[in-house]
Design a protein around this ligand. Structure first.
Ligand SMILES: [Zn+2]
Length: 172
């Protein structure tokens, strides 16, 4: 089985990185992260040439989002974007996940690897794990939600209940 391996990044390193980003924006104490505004208004200022593309369902098929880090492009399927604008947690997380790929990954640095049957990548080497950890932390920052219930995290941070539970679990 073939896979892509990224440079290892620990959950703590991802948390620190997210904190730096939020602090830079003056949002480090805010529970709700405005992810749509961030990709539409902030990323173009931070990354010259950044393009955010909303793509029709016919073009994206089953993909909710796609990122080309070396070209500075994030593509989001139209229906996902519309729901994210409305505040749907699952779709907000999809965009945050793609931002994780954009900021942490570079196609040229991802190594194609071959796994022997039954073995798997270490989570911290898996670009998908890294992007999930980044997205979860950006929308529901561990240092802000510690001690909250999953319901509170869902309401205050604008994430799904599943994401709220996962993020709380990762703190313990
Ligand atoms: Zn991904």
């Amino acid at each position: 089985m073939y896979c892509f391996k990224a440079n290892p990044i620990s959950r703590n390193e991802i948390r620190e990185y997210v904190y730096e980003i939020k602090k830079e924006l003056g949002l480090e104490n805010e529970l709700f992260f405005p992810i749509v505004k961030f990709v539409e208004n902030v990323l173009p200022e931070l990354i010259p040439g950044f393009t955010f593309e909303i793509k029709p369902v016919e073009e994206m098929g089953t993909l909710h989002g796609r990122t080309y880090p070396s070209k500075n492009i994030i593509q989001i399927r139209e229906d996902i974007y519309i729901r994210a604008v409305r505040g749907e947690g699952r779709d907000r997380l999809t965009i945050a996940h793609e931002v994780g790929h954009l900021l942490m990954h570079d196609e040229t640095e991802l190594a194609l690897c071959r796994l022997s049957p039954g073995s798997s990548l270490k989570p911290y080497e898996d670009p998908e794990w890294q992007a999930n950890a980044f997205g979860g932390e950006l929308l529901a920052s561990s240092y802000l939600i510690d001690g909250m219930t999953a319901e509170e995290v869902k309401e205050k941070c604008g994430v799904s209940l599943v994401a709220a539970k996962n993020q709380l679990k990762s703190i313990k």
